[in-house]
Ligand binder design. Structure first.
Ligand code: FAD
Length: 794
């Protein structure tokens, strides 16, 4: 028998080796357009980034070694140009010799791979714009980053390859900008999981330009001008173009082989094309996505290798091995994070009209009490009818690979969330918890499916009509103070039974805690007490804040981390090192507070934690206590903050540096009290002080658009007579009216803050209040008062 193989890397090389093992006598010719066969294209970005040091390590086999071991006729620099299916011939072009010839076959195998998508964009052929597919591409990029002094790179497209290149270029000390058309990186993930990657990228100093595409490239004296559709202009020494790949199907199309709906070569279960003598595999073919049950392109090395074995077996033994389709399980490293997914994401399911429930769980990579437990976030999508697991996404710093593999086996076997509960795992504290994060995902899903807990997604919380819901934060006051959903009310879960009468029954109650567990406890407490319209926020505040925060990690830490111009003073000694690794919020902050009390002003404290919200919390905490956040770094999921003690503590911690600002809380809508407040506010403002007025509860009536005419004196109102008398006396004595005082205050730059929580509770809408109001929570008031030397409650 004579077998011809087109393509000599992942799929082609696998078929060749297996064919030989199956058939010692066959003639096997392998054509490869390039110079190399059987190399590790998955390793190429890491060689560019100097992580893989030796070029030869990329080559799994050399042409010589591979030919000898398997008795193959390997013809490199040989392009198969066309196929004559009638005569069973291929036309080959020997690129080196410039010679064309034909070769006959009994069976032909196509594994030509996929090529980078390169649309026609002005300037895209600039010599410093690169794509990365093979060894020559790698050599070109490696050469320019080695030989020339490359300072800036732009990576266009934030899929696997784009992000791996961003990381590796950054590793070489190059400043990297990513440009991505979508609103997130890695479009196969759901937004809420991708945002974790956004944070990681920004923390590492990668600049992310989302929702933006390239309009054109300019040649700027050797550099590349990258003009974005938004009008923004970037300049780079090199550009990596990686917006995706498309199956290489030219040969197949011209040979009239059937092409599928996705644009890949159509094959049957045996990987046989529409021509019975031709098999195809790898990135060039479409396969069935077994969750969506439809053809799909899955350009990954695993499927290509597995298909290679099947193709060789079917060719030699007759069609007996079936390729059962793929669920697209993939994994990638993005700096310290590992991101993995399997099956169908929420977005895909929605697009396909498949009903699903999504649930988030945040656990640790192993038992929290054993050192170096790191956060691990799991999102699963499953059927509301029978719990079939459609897909999962896992993001974390350690143990992501094994979790996705556990989940993938269940998805692949068409299992359900009940299987996740049952999955048996090997447990000892350094490796997992007695209930593995995958089991936990199953338990939570079980509670949801059995109706023990209704969940609400972060998206629905964002959309919720705040007039009709009460957002109940059941975390501790310390956690609440460090960041909460706007307008939420804090009743810690342990106080809930006592304070249940504070919760209205005529509103929907959306409960949330840090990750969902205390929320579930609170849910059960309220359910037992007759609350029916309740829901627990899936994934808790962690998921909500990751998914909704505009502010990048870079912004949180602006001026403190991520910029090389703010290096830690290596000479200074650290007075106390606090190990808060493994503790969940607010544990690290509490430990910080306790240890901070034991150092002197000007001394340094270093704290290490794996709580990923700590970065933001510590920045706020330092602002509040007057400490200086010297640096904040994240490596392999461990956040290290270096803090310098500020002014001595006044109440256990430290006092913030006082400024001359004034804050007034207006709780009452009594006419005389409002007058007094505005007289003081205007007086202070006229002396150049920054004044903030915080209107809460009845105080909100003072700033309603309908005016202040209905306000009454706190005493001697006498059915309105007293108020009328005071107002007429004011007119006679030329005292400004309340309206005029309010107007003056606005002109004087007095800040008007309306308490969102009181508005929600009292059913007051934003439209009812005068313009120019800041709508905020108590945290904003507290922050203002920290900067003030006068706070009055009226
Ligand atoms: P390829 O391995 O691409 O081989 C196709 C070969 O066919 C090419 O060498 C080409 O020159 C040759 N060829 C094409 N047409 C002809 C012709 N007419 N005549 C002769 N020769 C021809 N996948 C993962 O699962 N994990 C990863 O981490 C990962 N990382 C990657 C990183 C990079 C930079 C790249 C480029 C890919 C990565 N992949 C990864 C994808 C993975 O490499 C592919 O899915 C896999 O190689 C596909 O195998 P294939 O045989 O279909 O195509």
């Amino acid at each position: 028998m004579k077998y011809l193989i087109v393509g000599g890397v992942a799929g082609g090389a696998t078929v060749a080796a297996r064919l030989r093992r199956n058939d010692e006598d066959a003639k096997i010719i392998l054509f490869e357009r390039g110079e190399y066969v059987s190399y590790a294209n998955c390793g190429l970005p890491y060689y560019i980034g100097d992580v893989i040091k030796e070029r030869e390590n990329l080559f799994v086999q050399t042409v010589g070694g591979f030919s000898t071991r398997y008795n193959l006729d390997i013809r490199i620099k040989s392009e198969v140009e066309s196929i004559d299916t009638e005569k069973r011939l291929v036309h080959v072009y020997n690129i080196e010799k410039g010679v064309r010839y034909t070769e006959s076959y009994d069976k032909l195998i196509l594994s030509p791979g996929a090529e980078p998508i390169k649309p026609k964009i002005e300037g895209i052929n600039h010599p410093n714009i690169f794509t990365l597919r093979n060894v020559p591409d790698t050599d070109r990029i490696k050469k320019i980053v080695t030989v020339r002094n490359i300072e800036k790179a732009v990576v266009v497209g934030a899929g696997f390859i784009g992000l791996e290149m961003a990381e590796n270029l950054h590793h070489l000390g190059i400043k990297v900008d990513i440009v991505e058309m979508a609103d997130q990186v890695m479009s196969h993930l759901d937004f809420s999981m991708a945002t974790i990657i956004h944070s990681e990228l920004r923390t590492k100093g990668i600049s992310l330009n989302l929702n933006d595409g390239v309009a054109r490239f300019d040649n700027k004296e050797g550099k590349v001008g990258v003009v974005l559709k938004s009008g923004k202009e970037l300049e780079a020494d090199i550009v990596i173009w990686s917006i995706g790949v498309k199956p290489e199907t030219k040969l197949a199309r011209e040979a009239q082989l059937e092409i599928g709906t996705t644009g890949g070569i159509k094959v049957n279960d045996y990987m046989q094309t529409s021509d019975e003598h031709i098999y195809a595999l790898g990135d060039a073919v479409e396969v069935i996505h077994t969750v969506l049950n439809k053809p799909s392109l899955i350009p990954l090395a695993g499927p290509a290798n597995k298909q290679g074995r099947i193709v060789a077996d079917n060719i030699v033994y007759g069609n007996s091995s079936k390729y059962e389709g793929s669920i697209g399980t993939g994994i990638a490293k993005v700096f310290d994070l590992t991101i993995a997914s399997t099956g169908a994401s929420g977005r895909w399911l929605k697009k396909e009209g498949i009903e699903y429930i999504a649930s988030y769980t945040h656990s640790s990579s192993h038992a929290g009490y054993y050192p170096n437990a790191l956060p691990l976030s799991v999102k699963i999508q499953f059927s509301p009818k029978d719990g079939r697991l459609y897909g999962a996404q896992v993001v974390g710093f350690d143990g992501v690979d094994k979790r996705i593999e556990m989940l993938a086996q269940v998805v692949k076997a068409k299992g359900s969330i009940y299987d996740l509960m049952e999955l048996e795992h090997a447990y000892a504290p350094p490796y997992s918890s007695a209930k593995d994060p995958v089991n936990m995902a199953g338990f939570v899903a079980d509670n949801i499916l059995k109706g023990r807990m209704k969940i609400i997604s972060w998206r629905d919380v964002v959309k919720a009509d705040r007039e009709k819901v009460l957002l109940l934060d059941v975390r501790t006051p310390e956690e609440y103070k460090l960041g909460a959903i706007d307008g939420s009310v804090n009743i810690p879960v342990d106080e809930l039974r006592k304070r249940v009468n504070e919760i209205p029954k005529d509103k929907q109650i959306i409960i949330y805690c840090a990750v969902g567990l205390r929320g579930y406890v609170a849910y059960r407490i309220l359910l037992k007490r007759g609350f029916e319209n309740i829901a627990n926020l899936s994934g808790g505040y962690k998921t909500y804040s990751i998914a909704t925060e505009d502010a990048s990690v870079e912004q949180y830490f602006a001026g403190r981390i991520g910029s090389d111009d703010l290096l830690i003073d290596q000479e200074r000694e650290v007075a106390i090192t606090v190990d808060a690794v493994g503790l969940q919020c607010p544990g690290p902050i509490i430990q910080l507070k306790d240890s901070y009390g034991n150092i002197e002003k000007g001394e340094l404290l270093e704290i290490k934690t794996t709580d990923q919200t700590f970065g933001k919390d510590v920045a706020s905490w330092c602002n509040v206590v007057g400490a200086k956040l010297i640096s904040l770094e994240s490596a392999r999921g461990v956040i290290t903050a270096l803090i310098e003690k500020g002014e001595p503590a006044s109440c256990g911690v430290t006092a913030s540096p006082l400024t001359d600002n004034k804050t007034l809380v207006l709780f009452s809508d009594d006419f005389d009290k409002a007058m007094a407040a505005f007289v003081i506010a205007n007086g202070a403002a006229s002396m150049g002080k920054k004044v903030s007025l915080f209107f809460t509860f009845w105080g909100l009536n003072i700033i309603k658009k309908k005016g202040t005419s209905s306000l009454k004196l706190s005493k001697k109102n006498m059915l309105g007579l007293g108020t009328r008398f005071v107002k007429s006396t004011m007119r006679k004595k030329n005292i400004d009216s309340l309206e005029s005082l309010i107007e003056q205050a606005r002109r004087n730059g007095v800040e008007f803050i309306a308490c969102k929580m009181s508005m929600d509770m009292m059913g007051i809408k934003e439209e009812e209040l005068i313009d120019g109001i800041i709508y905020a929570g108590v945290a904003t008031y507290l922050e203002r008062s920290e900067e003030a030397n006068m706070s009055m409650f009226i």
